[in-house]
Ligand binder design. Structure first.
Ligand SMILES: *Cc1c(COP(=O)(O)O)cnc(C)c1O
Length: 408
């Protein structure tokens, strides 16, 4: 039981905590970067939270991507009036669908939420009793067939619904695994080259057996054509992250596909209570923000952007590869994050530096820099240039060169 006194004591403590936050001496920010990354460091400086140059990519732990200025503006405007979420989802979904060639679209709170709602749509549909009951899926079609090599960290989003994952290794095994309990076939796009089954084959099996198919293409932009490619290929449902390459709200995702399934996905989540998806609420700001983000993404000059990334990769590569014992190499990951990156490699007999020490120096320096996670045992650093702002690539180049030179 909380007495009045206890309440006021904890309230006082809470207020003291807040006071400590704003006291300039209580927290010394590691660094500040006024003017960079949209000049947004004020609030983080106040909070004492470190900001950094993102030389990694679109990682959730590194807070995704930065909102495109037009998206930020749209979200700000969206935050100033009341609307019906149903009407907003309908109109924004229609706009996105018209732009991508899908029948329908739903804005979710992330790609993982899109996977969960897609699964709920295939398991519970629009049946009110089933919607209330999941993750209890007794008596429902509740099996999702996965290519074995496609089991991944996000399959929890599918299992949340109470679905059972059935693994198959080949196209023939997928066909055999299909039965009256089969709710959905799943394909993990970036694993297309991992197993003996291609994305085209899974889409075709779905059509042949009349089972809905879902493809997770969360981080698989660019190329921009992917926004339409999997719908055209015959997938019933396609999921993307909104807070990665699209530069929409970090907490947004996109589910596109068949009208009946999109309607069912919507019915299994917010704003409806007592649904599995209610925990993945999406607000008016995210709905409007992602819609704007898709439109901005479709309209932008992708070739010019690519050229800019190439020149930044070359600049950093040139800055480090003149150092003895250091070489650099441009690479483009095959599917996810398919943009120019730079790998820096060094001969540890010439340059006395571990990857860990390199990462730490970049992180602890001024300004702080985060790079792409990679094998800590390798004398190799991977840099993503596509989430950097303005001239940040120049800073990354000189800092990397300085650290390497100091260890040579
Ligand atoms: C990032 C990612 C997700 C999760 O997306 P969120 O938008 O962060 O929810 C799911 N699947 C894959 C393959 C991803 O890369």
């Amino acid at each position: 039981m909380t007495t009045k006194d206890e309440g006021s004591v904890s309230r006082r403590r809470f207020l003291q905590g807040v006071g400590a936050l704003s006291a300039p001496t209580a927290f010394t920010p590691l660094q500040s970067r006024d003017g960079r990354s949209g000049g947004a460091s004020g609030i983080y400086e106040q909070l004492g939270v470190r900001t950094f140059i993102n030389a990694a990519g679109t990682y959730t732990m590194f807070s995704g991507s930065l909102l495109h200025p037009e998206v930020r503006k749209a979200m700000d405007e969206a935050s100033r009036a009341y609307v019906s979420i149903e009407e907003l989802q309908q109109i924004c979904g229609d706009r996105i669908a018209a732009a991508t060639g899908a029948e329908a679209a739903l804005i979710t709170s992330g790609c993982a939420a899109a996977l969960m709602l897609a699964t709920a749509a295939c398991v519970a549909g629009e049946d009110e009793d089933a919607i209330r009951r999941v993750p209890d899926t007794s008596g429902l079609r509740n099996e999702v067939i996965f290519v074995k090599e496609h089991r991944f960290g996000y399959d929890h989003a599918i299992r949340n619904v109470g679905a059972k994952i059935v693994e198959a290794e080949t196209g023939a095994e997928i066909r055999e695994a299909i039965g009256e309990r089969t709710a959905m076939l799943f394909f993990l796009n970036f694993a297309n080259d991992r197993g003996p089954v291609s994305r085209e084959e899974v889409a075709a099996i779905g059509k042949e057996k009349d089972i809905p198919t879902l493809i997770d293409a969360a981080a698989d932009l660019p190329p921009v054509s992917n926004l339409s490619a999997y719908i055209e290929m015959g997938y019933d449902l396609v999921a993307f992250s909104g807070g990665k390459a699209l530069r929409g709200p970090q907490c947004s995702g996109l589910l596109m596909g068949r009208k009946d399934l999109i309607r069912a996905a919507y019915r299994n989540g917010p704003p409806f209570g007592n649904t599995i998806g209610r925990i993945a609420k999406v607000g008016k700001e995210e709905i409007v923000g992602l819609t704007r983000a898709v439109e901005v993404y479709l309209a932008k000059d992708h070739a010019a952007e690519w050229d800019r990334w190439e020149s930044h990769v070359s600049h950093i590569g040139a800055a480090v590869s003149s150092i003895e014992g250091v070489r650099s190499e441009r690479f483009v990951p095959e599917i996810a994050n398919q943009v120019p990156h730079l790998a820096i490699e060094w001969d540890s007999r010439v340059v006395d530096l571990t990857r860990d020490a390199f990462v730490r120096e970049l992180r602890e320096g001024e300004p702080s820099i985060e790079v792409r996670p990679s094998d800590p045992a390798e004398p190799r650093l991977e840099i993503g240039v596509w989430m950097m702002d303005g001239d940040e690539y120049r800073i990354v180049a000189s800092r990397c060169a300085d650290i390497l030179r100091a260890s040579a």
